[in-house]
Design a protein around this ligand. Structure first.
Ligand code: DCP
Ligand code: CA
Length: 414
């Protein structure tokens, strides 16, 4: 008799606190309860970080400046935020959640994913677990939250946002197709404004349409992003809940930057590559790792994204070597249009071993790198940089010490 392996459906919970900073302030100061309040940054910042639900009724929203907000809601009370309070509250919430699952991924200061697959035996059906969690957070901390439960993280997060504040939504397999059918693509976690606009141009406005759209065409249009989009349209997401400390160890060190405006001038692209290479090299040196494989990532304004790779004979973490490899990869690419995003990463990592430099030139370079890193660590990135490197081919301008690549998001850890 053939054996069948039944893969168990996962049960993922997503929890998001309601109007978090504002609710914490209302909790701390009873006079603020039930009132329209907006939390604003300290140090003269005048942007609303969040508004209580009472204020939201007047249209007050995060990101507004305080004058706009006051126009919409003249009785609005402004409260200066206090991050310490929010962090402490967040830790207390996590401590409650630990009683319900060993696998918790804090996603932001007020959002967590919990793996609760198989926890029925201990806590009963998932919605009962959710109710108990909501009660405990309300009783012990005095705040409300919204919870979504679904077979994966993408759908759980979607479920949370379907009912807010104080919501609880459980999505089963059968509910999903009809919800996705009507859901505007922009409401899916990870599909931002620009992607939404590009999809609209292609006649795709709802997730259902996205899921049915030929994946080969999405791939042609968006490159590697296309496949992910197709999965999102069908509500598929295999990503695990990753608890703190269990994040994958770095397989590559990379930086990417969305250019302040789309660029077709290769000289400008080279200058961005210099900075990206410097960031990658510096980070690798700080962690004492070296890599042999250099990857250049290029994204066009229509989100089509492609990569080119090159392997070096020996591992390196030297900015100059990383830059040369990236430039040679760039030289081989025929850019069909301007570039929106650039990325450089270093993979095939090994731990740096103490090495005796063979030549005087290498010794000099190594000292220079150490000095640059020391200065940069003290004074910030690019205080010292490779102004001379690009001059060799006459393309570089002077790089101002104050220059910062815009939109550098994160170290890619794959
Ligand atoms: N926050 C911030 N800056 C932003 C966005 C948010 O400082 N640009 C802070 C304020 C929020 C908290 O993070 O209270 C959580 O962000 P959410 O997006 O979850 O918003 P809220 O919890 O305030 O409201 P909601 O009930 O819609 O989740
Ligand atoms: Ca929230």
């Amino acid at each position: 008799m053939g054996e069948t392996v039944q893969l168990r459906e996962r049960v993922i919970m997503h929890l998001d606190m309601d109007a978090f900073f504002a609710s914490v302030e209302q909790r701390c100061n009873p006079r603020l309860r039930g009132r329209a309040i907006a939390v604003i940054g300290s140090a003269g910042r005048t942007v609303v970080t969040t508004a209580s639900y009472e204020a939201r009724r007047y249209g007050v929203k995060a990101g507004m400046n305080r004058y706009e907000a006051a126009m919409l809601c003249p009785r609005l009370i402004f409260v200066i935020g206090n991050n310490r309070k929010y962090i402490d509250t967040s830790i207390r919430i996590l401590n409650i959640l630990k009683d319900f699952s060993p696998t918790i991924e804090p996603y932001s200061i007020d959002e967590e994913f919990l793996e609760i697959t198989g926890s029925e035996l201990l806590f009963g059906p998932p919605q009962d677990t959710a109710r108990v969690i909501k009660e405990r957070i309300e009783r012990e901390i005095g705040l409300t939250c919204s919870i979504g439960i679904a077979p994966n993280k993408l759908l759980a997060k979607l479920a949370t946002h379907m009912e807010k504040p104080d919501g609880l939504v459980v999505l089963g397999r059968d509910d999903i197709p009809s919800i996705l059918e009507k859901l505007p693509v922009g409401e899916v976690w990870g599909i931002g404004r620009r992607l939404t606009a590009h999809l609209k141009e292609m006649g795709v406005e709802r997730c259902g349409q996205l899921g049915r759209y030929p994946v080969s065409r999405l791939r042609r249009r968006f490159g590697i992003v296309g496949e992910r989009l197709s999965l999102m349209g069908r509500g598929i997401d295999e990503s695990p809940v990753v608890p703190v400390g269990k994040e994958a160890t770095a397989k590559s060190v990379g930086h990417s930057t969305t250019l302040p405006r789309d660029v077709s001038d290769r000289g400008v692209i080279r200058r961005h590559l210099l900075h990206l290479s410097e960031m990658v090299g510096r980070r690798a040196r700080r962690y004492r790792i070296m890599g042999k494989r250099i990857t250049l990532t290029v994204r066009y304004p229509d989100f089509y994204t492609f990569t080119r790779q090159k392997s070096l004979p020996l591992p390196t973490n030297d900015t100059d070597a990383i830059l040369r490899a990236s430039l040679s990869l760039l030289d081989k690419v025929r850019l069909r249009e301007s570039v929106r995003l650039l990325g450089v990463s270093l993979a095939g990592l090994v731990t740096e071993y103490p090495q005796l430099p063979l030549f005087e030139e290498e010794l000099r370079r190594e000292r220079l790198l150490e000095t640059m890193d020391a200065v940069n660590d003290r004074f910030g990135d690019f205080t010292l940089s490779w102004g001379t490197l690009l001059d060799r081919d006459g393309k570089a301008g002077v790089i101002s010490p104050a220059w910062r690549p815009e939109g550098v998001k994160k170290v890619e850890v794959r």
